[in-house]
Ligand binder design. Structure first.
Ligand code: HPA
Length: 287
């Protein structure tokens, strides 16, 4: 995307056109939107009466190119709860503009979904966050050097200066905690731009500034959705120890295979939390 395309009116037009395409395809606004991160897309297999829309049929959506990431919007039910799953996402490190990174979730929000669960793979910085741990986000640190709300403002996407004091819903977090057979870890997620993993010195810095886990996604989506008035919950699957925490060196194969190993556990948790998450009130999008 070149800088000439960064016109906010054009962007909102693209979002409206994408939302209209979903309506034409017969989709309905869901009670919950879920973004499935690296290696976690198998959850979508649990959806009943699925309708699958490939990102290839959504000309407004950018294409993901990362192994382990799908590229579909799947509508389906968990019991009575209508859910939209995005199997995979696009990332800043692929060279996408930050508006492209959030286009799919903003489309769902415009379409009428107001509760979201964002999932990702992350490296554990805090000592107790070993590979295989699920961590609920209590807050984030944006280390990407960009912000999804940068540029011209459009009311449709939220206020000019939205507060970020409570991005991650405590209510949704409590629901996820009660759905888990044992207490889930909680912590602060820092997003780096990537795609290189961090150096041990960067991880020491992140630890000093209060980060418990580190990854390369989620923060633009959380900021964009929270600004739009949506309720956001987010969960990291810790796939590896962050650089320098142990002798191990992070690698993408490990991230994908830990994702696959934990997918069953995460799916079980989501299946039991979704009915209550789906009952959380709706919030009306502003346009
Ligand atoms: N660093 C950044 N992103 C990641 C990591 C990591 O250690 N693990 C999974 N995603």
């Amino acid at each position: 995307m070149n800088s000439g395309d960064h016109n906010i009116e054009g962007e909102v037009q693209r979002l409206r056109s994408a939302a209209y395409r979903l309506e034409v395809a017969g989709l309905k606004p869901a009670r919950l939107g879920i973004v499935l991160g690296s290696g976690l897309k198998d959850f979508a297999e649990h959806l009943e009466d699925p309708i699958v829309i490939s990102f290839n049929d959504m000309p407004e959506f950018p294409r993901t190119r990362v192994r382990g990431h799908g590229g579909e919007l799947i509508q389906g039910r968990v019991g009575d709860t209508l859910v939209h799953c995005l199997t995979g996402r696009v990332h800043l490190y692929e060279g996408h503009h930050v508006w492209e990174v959030v286009r799919a979730v903003r489309t769902l929000a415009l379409f009428g979904t107001s509760n979201f669960l964002l999932t990702n793979a992350a490296g554990g910085i805090r000592k107790d966050l070993a590979p295989g741990t699920l961590m609920l986000l209590t807050d984030h640190i944006n280390m990407t050097g960009t912000n999804v709300l940068l540029g011209d403002h459009h009311e449709c996407l939220g206020p000019r200066f939205p507060p970020m004091s409570r991005v991650y819903s405590e209510t949704a977090r409590k629901i996820l905690q009660s759905a888990s057979p044992k207490p889930l870890a909680e912590g602060v997620y820092a997003q780096m731009m990537g795609p290189s993993y961090e150096t041990p010195a960067e991880i020491r810095m992140l630890s000093l500034v209060g980060a418990d886990a580190v990854g390369m996604s989620t923060v633009p989506e959380a900021i964009a959705l929270h600004a739009m008035g949506c309720r956001v919950a987010a969960m990291s699957l810790i796939t590896n120890n962050a650089a320098g925490v142990t002798e191990d060196v992070p690698n993408h194969d490990e991230v994908v295979s830990e994702g696959a190993k934990a997918a069953k556990r995460m799916s079980k948790l989501l299946l039991s939390a979704i009915p209550a998450l789906g009952r959380l009130g709706r919030r009306k999008a502003n346009c």
